[in-house]
Design a protein around this ligand. Sequence first.
Ligand code: 5AD
Ligand code: SF4
Length: 365
Amino acid sequence: MTLDEALSKTVLDKDDLVFLLGLTDPRDVQRLHDAAYAAKCRHVGNVAYYRGLIEFSNICVKNCLYCGIRRGNENVRRFDTPREDILAMARWCHEQGYGSVTLQSGERTDAAFAEHVEGLVRDIKKIGGGGLGITLCAGEQSEETYRRWFAAGAHRYLLRIETSRPELYAALHPGDGMHVWKNRYNCLRVLGKIGYQVGTGVMIGLPGQTLGDLADDILFFQTIDAAMIGMGPYVVHKDTPVGQAVLASGENSDECRQKRLLLGLNMIAVTRLALKDVNIAATTALQALHPEGRELGLKAGANILMPIVTLPRFRRDYQLYEGKPCINESSEDCRNCLERRVRSAGDSVGWGRWGDSPHFARCSQ
Ligand code: 5AD
Ligand code: SF4
């Protein structure tokens, strides 16, 4: 197969996806990313929409083997942002013209948490007469809880499948009955049934993950009809079992990290070519591996940015991986810096707009 052949197809099969994901020659990679940028302009426009990211608590009942805020990491100082501060951050986002906020936290399934989030959504919904879009990212919950949050005004939910291959999922999570691929998959189904715009995604460059797995991940996004994709390279955190294994095997050299970055960018580009009119985020994990990671993401076909709005005093404690950018910055710094990045990628910011994906609008009619 030649690059021309693969890029001229409108429907990509698994072999095409594997071929495109595996490109490494800089000229080929450039052509792939340019084709994906053109597809983005055609299907969703060269406008970057903001989702102000409020990481409101790092308390988590889960113990994912790769994540820096896993329950078992005792080096983390746990925090729970006071409610008034969360509302003030949401008001700030609205004043800045951010179309939406994303409320993200570690996973908790107790009744008090469900009620807390429900109240937050309800109060954020009142800001500016319902002007802010609300995305939630708070893990696996019961159908009842998802319904309550939806009724309160949340309309998008992000839950990464992490990998679409259950065996790889099992290798990256404790086998304690709490971390089950099928349960996560069912949550995605339930979210769609309730009426949420469903976002999912994977980590890229995980130990044991192949190009075939990543191609299957893209086919998985298609199968579940995801409206948004949030994915990024896997980045080591030294206080985690997976991070320690990767460090011990010498797989975290600069060269390895750059490979994961390239794979992360190719994954954005190929997902854009395959799924066309969905929202795709350029995530901060890209920037952990390269100072211009997020611009590169926009140039490879992403159209969503999640500027960090988390209170500066808590940013250091919300590190899922090492080298997370923006932990010494304020929300104002992030706003100004990101707008520069968007412009340098040739895009403009969709100020004040929700920026729902045309895909969701098309499929929910
Ligand atoms: N590297 C990259 N992404 C990570 N996440 C958790 N730990 C890491 C890591 N070490 C991602 C997971 C999770 C999201 C909130 O953060 O994909 O779903
Ligand atoms: Fe908790 Fe999410 Fe980290 Fe897993 S990835 S330990 S659920 S915060």
